[in-house]
Design a protein around this ligand. Sequence first.
Ligand SMILES: C[S@@+](CC[C@H](N)C(=O)[O-])C[C@H]1O[C@@H](n2cnc3c(N)ncnc32)[C@H](O)[C@@H]1O
Length: 260
Amino acid sequence: MSIPYPRSDKYSHDLPTIYAECSGPGGLQLTEFMAEKMGLRPNARVLDVGIESGYQTCFLAKEYGVYVIGLDPDDDRSDGIPHIEHLMRNARNWDVEDRVIGLKLGVPETYFASNTFDFVHSTTTLEMMRGFFGETMYCQCLSEIYRILRPGGVFGLGEPMHLNVPIPADLAPIYTKGDGAGPEGWAKCFATVDETVEACRAVGFDVIEADNAPDAWHWWDEFSRNDPYCKADPEGEAKVIQQDGGRWLTYGYVIARKPD
Ligand SMILES: C[S@@+](CC[C@H](N)C(=O)[O-])C[C@H]1O[C@@H](n2cnc3c(N)ncnc32)[C@H](O)[C@@H]1O
């Protein structure tokens, strides 16, 4: 299933570039899906948490006319260049330099004043914080996002999740093997939609909407066929995703509001 994506369809002829510049399932379709669910409006102040090369950040600035700060503490694993420098390269290419700023910072220590942003957007990022540092750290990240959103502000959280079913027996030995960023760590990283809703409510958010994205499997399938690291190692992550086939893997979202 694929729902219409009028804004990202303009770019979808170039999936290799989209998946080289982003780092996770969904690419620009995911970003459009989130932006529509969040109700982004022109000139709003948006924080994008975990940006990779900032391709999706620039898409938000270009297509929705928002001002975006992209936050990322890391350097690109392939070339060692800070992600925020790639963001500014993309900002020039997308002609949105006047609407985009990158900061080499991360959650949960952003140093922003409380009540700063109208919207916070974060995709395929916070689940890694859970995987590497545990549930307490995941909740600290949510608390920080809550603090820096203004009252009435909206948080759009999208991340790889799992369906509310046991891990299929053939995949359990893979998903529970370790702590890594690849499939070996996914049992530690991924939660269900219900668990994620609970975590958002626990830090104070009102949850407006939450579900598995209708195109979740389409995004995973597309990622496994186009992500450069998947393409370089077809017997690795790509094969595991195809073996899963959407039996356990999904992609969930939570749209949450900071109460007035
Ligand atoms: C898998 S990528 C997701 C990129 C993009 N948002 C997407 O949906 O494809 C995760 C990004 O989060 C960044 N990241 C890691 N730790 C972070 C932190 N503590 N705060 C913000 N971003 C972080 C990584 O450097 C990476 O660029």
